[in-house]
Design a protein around this ligand. Structure first.
Ligand SMILES: Nc1ncnc2c1ncn2[C@@H]1O[C@H](COP(=O)(O)OP(=O)(O)OP(=O)(O)O)[C@@H](O)[C@H]1O
Ligand SMILES: [Mg+2]
Length: 383
């Protein structure tokens, strides 16, 4: 690990090593200079912008040694003292797992807080389910199951293997990134630690997140590992069904994915839940198992939800689980907060409750597609 804090304006570059079990250098991270990141991202140019989240903007970049990176430039609300920020980032930097997007480095100083990750060429799960790649249907059933299982393993590692344990708090499709092999890497874990007291993700941005939030977290701010389990259950339903966590129906009524799934599950009509884009190409027993596991995860009482260890076990072994979804309703004021940017989400409620394939852009997708399409094309040419 880097031994001390370096200022962005300072050209001194510190380096840190994370050692694997055998002592080998698994992944090297370092402190970047502001100048270096400025150059790599062409001055944080809009053309290089990958997207914008609740904590700031993310830019594509290439370092002088050719490494493709994604640089998250945190908003000024991240007024944490430089030292405090560095300590917390270094803690996160120590977390290494094949399904977690580890830190490549950071830069802190002169009111700037930047975090550097490896660039993930297949972008996010969101872009494949509802964004600019949705039409290509690159995510076949096998890949979807790999994404579900890998994401579960990454979260399990955060909950049970890292000391102190990390609660992610923001598990969702845009925080599952896909490498060149479509292996999933869960991103933005532990981010709450980097935000000053009193500034919560909920107060800064509900859009695109609300549908994943456990009711006890959304309504009373009660955080525990089981909030992540709830979010994972929603993610699992989303992966299998290709539906968004909250959909706006014609007329403006909002419906959660669990409300939609509940009647299908209670009638045992699991096949009706599969994403129509898969055109029937899925393993039915895996589908039933995934839906049942998701149903266990999204129970409204946190103590009834399984742990991530149990989730991984159940997904792996196909042991019989029977569960019924009891859909959760968010309070009206929370739903209203999700509404602001949703006007693009006027999905049809077509045949069997499925929207027509041309209307897959919505709460999450349209915005991301809009922001990411142009820069991505340019990266495609460079790669
Ligand atoms: N390493 C990366 N490689 C490729 N794309 C990335 C990378 N990191 C982030 N992105 C993409 O950049 C966009 C912005 O990411 P960001 O994390 O800021 O927002 P978000 O995931 O939508 O919301 P949140 O702030 O809650 O995490 C997202 O679409 C995300 O998938
Ligand atoms: Mg993110």
């Amino acid at each position: 690990m880097g031994s001390s804090v370096s200022c962005c304006g300072n050209d001194k570059v510190e380096e840190g090593l994370t050692l694997g079990g055998g002592g080998e250098n698994v992944n090297q991270w370092r402190i970047f200079t502001y100048k270096e990141l400025h150059t790599a991202t062409n001055g944080f140019s809009d053309d290089y912008k990958l997207g914008e989240g609740g904590f700031g903007s993310v830019y594509w970049g290439r370092t002088s040694d050719g490494l493709q990176i994604a640089v998250k430039k945190l908003k000024s609300m991240n007024s944490k003292a430089e030292m405090e920020f560095a300590v917390e980032v270094e803690v996160l930097g120590r977390v290494r797992h094949k399904n977690l997007l580890g830190l490549r480095g950071y830069c802190a100083g002169n009111d700037q807080r930047l975090i550097v990750y490896d660039y993930m060429p297949n972008l996010s799960l969101l872009s494949h389910l509802h964004g600019q790649f949705a039409g290509e249907v690159q995510l076949d059933w096998k890949k979807r199951m790999k994404v579900a299982m890998g994401s579960a393993e990454g979260i399990l590692y955060l909950h049970h293997e890292v000391t102190p344990h990390i609660i992610h708090r923001d598990i969702k499709a845009s925080n599952v990134l896909l490498d060149s092999n479509f292996d999933p890497l869960v991103a933005d874990f532990g981010f709450a630690k980097l935000i000053p007291e009193g500034v919560s993700h909920m107060t800064t941005r509900v859009k695109g997140t609300l549908g994943y939030l456990a009711p006890e977290y959304a309504m009373w701010g009660k955080v525990s590992e089981s909030c992540d389990v709830y979010s994972f259950g929603i993610l699992l339903l989303e992966i299998v069904t290709g539906r968004k966590p909250i959909q706006k129906l014609p007329g403006g009524v909002k419906r959660t994915i669990t409300e939609w799934a509940e009647p299908h599950i209670s009638k045992g009509r699991f096949k009706d839940l599969a994403d129509p884009k898969l055109r029937g190409n899925f393993d039915e027993s895996q589908l039933v198992q995934a839906i049942n596991v998701a149903a266990l995860c999204v129970q409204s009482e946190p103590e009834k939800r399984p742990t991530m260890k149990e989730v991984v076990l159940l997904l792996n072994t196909a042991a019989p689980v029977a569960a019924r979804i009891k859909s959760v309703k968010y309070s009206e004021d929370l739903m209203a907060r999700d509404q602001d940017d949703d006007d693009d989400d006027d999905d049809g409620d077509g045949r069997n409750g499925y929207e027509d394939e041309s209307s897959v852009y919505g709460v999450f997708g349209a915005l991301e597609a809009q922001k990411m399409e142009a820069p991505f094309r340019r990266y495609g040419e460079r790669r």
